[in-house]
Design a protein around this ligand. Structure first.
Ligand code: F3S
Length: 640
């Protein structure tokens, strides 16, 4: 039986486990990337592992997320990342060089390699044939230190593309169609592998739009074959030597098949407030628009912006619309400047932002109150734009551009005369905004501004674990409750002591001080504790506050992993009714904790009430070892 492309890449990188679907496997990571909002913590974690040089083939540190510099904190973070990267063997992409995923595709992606990035849209690299996966900062730090990355051996979905897109229909419409069919929950523990005749009609940037937004399916990743189109792109980027042809075997067996006929596809849009609320643009055409935003790691390539420039050339942005455009990289912006397309954008009335994430992460350009914003981005969750009352629609650059001119949501099909835009034979290559690592890193001084505080580490698991029930919270507590992230707190992402004062404060403002006064203790939670984003700070702040265990009715998966990675015991009540028996301030104790963790069953003593409750700790052998060591970093240190 033949292999899918996904299985081939996994087989080449398999270090732990066997390729049995649903089981845990460990894969070797060739390349890593970080961005600034998760990077500071990842590099502090790398430093804590005491690994002098990264062991990957190549690691990159990007600055693209938060480039607003209203105080010194952000630039301090940039300088820390730059110096720590130089010391430890990591390339540093300066602010302004571009959005991590766009630059990776242009300058660093290699077909057939694995890429782990501390950003959920790392799967963009699948556009060039990489197995590219988004993860938490600590996982990326471990990969930089030479450790494997663990995933559930995925199911593979074949997305069969047939036909050819019509002018005015774009690769954004392909992924919106896949989202329409499969929904935001449709990709869990799956890789979406693109195949069929339609693949060869799509350029690498078009493929990258599809793999980028595959993240919205909840998929492990998405991947395209590496073929003549990939070869031409790499050669035009001066990297022909990085090309390898890659595809699935003709008799590969897939777990699921999704079909998209490119020739009948129509322009689509994801309506507020979810990327899978997809309808045809023609169904809601005429909607009055306040803002159009073009860019983000989904649609900011040279090809995207050339199409936009072609539509805007000689036109004027409608009176009621503000049009903002953030090119994806310095390469893109420079090429537009040199070929005159930038002038077409400016003449039409577009505002050009710097090459970065910007409005995508709510850093500037928030829409007006109750506004309608059309965006070529990948997410439209309520409030992400910075305006809670705004309605954000996700759509293609073609739809965005024509709508900016008309002032209302407009179907580009049949309404735009797009010229044939040939991909460049030679992209403009100038990597002078990428600072290479120092050959002798030990001589580099890592500069840590006052906002960059030491990273908290748990202690190895003690035989007796005791402390008070410091907080009792209800069901569905999110990582936003555990560690709020807002514009006020974001500049403090490298300062866990500062952030810890806001830990669980939305549930109980007294909790952080209570935890400090008692030198730590236990958190008691209900169902689905820790749902929401993968924010690692929601585990790090509790470590700083001395939390030894979290006892709940159930955990959200990623938060549970983050607790384990950071040496906090995640335990669930065997009898849910016992949740009601624990009161705030009760003295709790676990005897022979090290031994009990091994048995996956724990007896929790409530000394205040003279009761005992059976708990379960559902962890793998690998995770048991982490908990015994006081977290993954301590474990790595002991192994190094
Ligand atoms: Fe940046 Fe938005 Fe992509 S924050 S990495 S442009 S999803």
């Amino acid at each position: 039986m033949g292999l899918t492309l996904t299985e081939k890449i996994i087989k080449d990188h398999l270090v732990v486990g066997e390729m049995v679907k649903g089981t845990e496997i460990g894969i070797r990571i060739d390349q890593t990337l970080t961005q600034d909002s998760t990077g500071t913590m990842a590099y502090m974690q790398l430093e804590a592992m005491e690994v002098p040089r990264v062991k990957t083939k190549r690691s990159l540190a990007y600055i693209d997320h938060n480039m607003l510099q209203e105080g010194p904190e952000n630039m301090d973070d940039h300088i820390y990342i730059q110096t720590v990267a130089k010391k430890h063997g990591v390339y540093f992409s300066k602010p302004g060089n571009g959005i991590c995923h766009q630059v990776e595709i242009e300058r660093f992606g290699v077909p057939g390699q694995t890429l782990l990035g501390s950003d959920s849209h790392t799967p963009t690299g699948g556009g060039i044939g990489m197995l590219a996966i988004g993860a938490g900062g600590l996982d990326v730090a471990v990969a930089m230190a030479g450790g494997e990355y663990y995933i559930t051996m995925p199911e593979v979905v074949k997305v069969e593309l047939t036909g050819k897109l019509r002018k005015g229909v774009s690769s954004k419409d392909i992924i919106l169609e896949v989202l329409r069919q499969c929904t935001v929950k449709g990709g869990i523990n799956k890789v979406f592998e693109y195949a069929g005749d339609g693949v060869k009609t799509l350029t690498v940037p078009e493929r990258a739009t599809v793999t980028n937004m595959g993240a919205e399916l909840g998929a492990t990743t998405s991947v395209f074959p590496s073929d003549d189109m990939t070869k031409a792109f790499l050669e035009a980027q001066g990297r022909g030597e990085d090309f390898t042809a890659l595809s699935a075997d003709s008799d590969a067996v897939y777990d699921q098949v999704v079909k998209v006929d490119l020739s009948t596809l129509e322009p689509l849009t994801a309506c507020p407030h979810s990327p899978d609320k997809v309808v045809k643009v023609s169904e809601i055409e005429g909607l009055k628009v306040n803002q159009v935003a073009i860019g983000s790691c989904t649609n900011s390539s040279w090809l995207d912006l050339m199409k936009v420039a072609a539509i805007l050339k000689g036109q004027t942005v409608a009176e009621n619309v503000q049009l903002v455009i953030a090119p994806g990289s310095k390469q893109v912006l420079t090429m537009l400047a040199e070929n005159g397309a930038l002038a077409d954008l400016l003449n039409a009335g577009a505002r050009i932002l710097e090459c970065g994430c910007g409005p995508c992460i709510g850093m500037g350009q928030a829409p007006c109150t109750d506004g309608v914003s059309l965006r070529t981005f990948n997410r439209n969750f309520k409030g992400r734009s910075g305006t809670v009352s705004a309605d954000v629609y996700l759509l293609s650059p073609e739809t965005a551009a024509i709508s900016a001119v008309k002032g209302v949501l407009t179907n580009p099909l049949g309404k735009v005369e797009l010229p044939d835009i040939e991909m460049p034979k030679d992209f403009l290559i100038n990597d002078n905004a990428v600072v290479p690592p120092a050959p002798e890193g030990e001589k580099v001084e890592v500069i840590k501004g006052p906002n960059i505080k030491p990273f908290p580490l748990a202690k190895p698991l003690a035989d007796t674990v005791e402390g008070k029930a410091l907080i009792v919270v209800e069901d569905n507590i999110t990582t936003d409750h555990i560690m709020p992230s807002n514009a006020k707190l974001l500049p403090y992402r490298s300062n866990i002591p500062y952030l810890a004062d806001y830990c669980l404060a939305p549930c109980d403002p007294e909790f952080p001080q209570r935890a400090k006064d008692n030198h730590g203790g236990f958190i008691i939670g209900g169902q689905n504790y820790g749902q929401g984003s993968s924010r690692e700070h929601a585990a790090l702040a509790p470590v700083y506050l001395g939390i030894k265990g979290v006892i709940t009715k159930s955990f959200a998966r990623i938060h549970k992993n983050n607790l384990i990675n950071n040496g906090i015991l995640p335990m669930v009540f065997e009898n849910e009714a016992d949740y009601d028996k624990i009161s705030l301030g009760d003295d709790l104790m676990i005897d022979n904790a090290r031994e009990q963790v091994n048995t996956l069953k724990i007896a929790l003593k409530n000394k205040t009430k003279n009761e005992e409750y059976p708990l379960l700790i559902e962890v793998s052998e690998r995770q048991k070892e982490m908990l015994q060591s006081g977290g993954l970093i301590n474990l790595m240190r002991s192994k190094n």
